[in-house]
Design a binder for this molecule. Structure first.
Ligand code: NI
Ligand code: MN
Length: 240
């Protein structure tokens, strides 16, 4: 598959492509790199691919919960992907034999060859599946050549989303499932704070507890915010 699929200003450039793999798991192509966010496949009832069939150059993990750390150890060991997460989660992964890992923490940015990663706050928990301390939960602002993308991670609404909204977001990916994270009502307010051009929902319809009417959500986003809703089916992608 060619990543040179688009022309901008007369020269070929690599496009940035975001594919939803179900729940909070996303695959991105950015600067020719393959990036997995919160890779949760084996215990994910809506996953359509197996952990052993997924490629990755980079894995970014927002927090320690099992539905986000997911299959990180297994995929990282097989692919040698660089894993980026907070310090506590990176230490936990290293203790399980993940060799290629980069620790960061909330507020910090770092330039990688695919773009700049900044970890942001999230209001949530982050304990790891074996009960270890997973530090603070995070969101991610990923600055790519095609624009800035915000992955909120698991979080409730917080007013500092206004500050994240000052980062000129092309896309915001936010949880809408309610119960464990923001639900539809607060996700509308989050979108008003974030002011992205496009908003993509996640963390819904994985289990009955987080079922939502996503068409209704989409209509509300279009009516009440300046963002375009982009509801992806599992396996569908959005191109920047
Ligand atoms: Ni969580
Ligand atoms: Mn979760």
């Amino acid at each position: 598959m060619s990543v040179y699929s688009e022309r901008k200003n007369g020269k070929q450039v690599m496009t940035t492509k975001i594919t939803w793999l179900g729940h909070s798991t996303f695959h991105m192509e950015a600067s020719g790199k393959s990036i997995l966010i919160d890779p949760f496949f084996e215990d994910n009832p809506v996953a359509q691919v197996a952990a052993d069939d997924v490629g990755a150059d980079v894995i970014i993990v927002t927090h320690g919960h099992g539905d986000h750390v997911g299959d990180t150890v297994r995929i990282a060991k097989r692919t040698g992907a660089l894993v980026i997460s907070n310090f506590e989660i990176v230490t936990w992964l290293q203790n399980q034999g993940v060799a290629n890992a980069h620790p960061m923490h909330v507020g910090g940015s770092h330039d990688f060859d695919f773009g700049t990663v900044k970890l942001t706050i999230a209001h949530h928990g982050s304990s790891l599946p074996d009960g270890s301390n997973g530090g603070s939960p995070t969101g991610i602002v990923l600055k790519t050549q095609d624009g800035n993308i915000y992955f909120a991670g698991d979080t409730g609404l917080f007013s500092d989303m206004k500050l994240i909204g000052e980062e000129d977001l092309e896309v915001a990916i936010i949880p809408v499932g309610d119960n464990f994270t923001m639900g539809p009502d607060d996700s509308i307010r989050a979108t008003q704070f974030l002011q992205p051009r496009t908003v993509i929902p996640c963390h819904y319809n994985t289990w009955p507890l987080i079922e939502q009417d996503i068409n209704d959500w989409s209509r509300r986003i279009a009516a009440d915010t300046s963002a375009q809703p982009a509801v992806l089916k599992i396996g569908e992608h959005f191109e920047l």
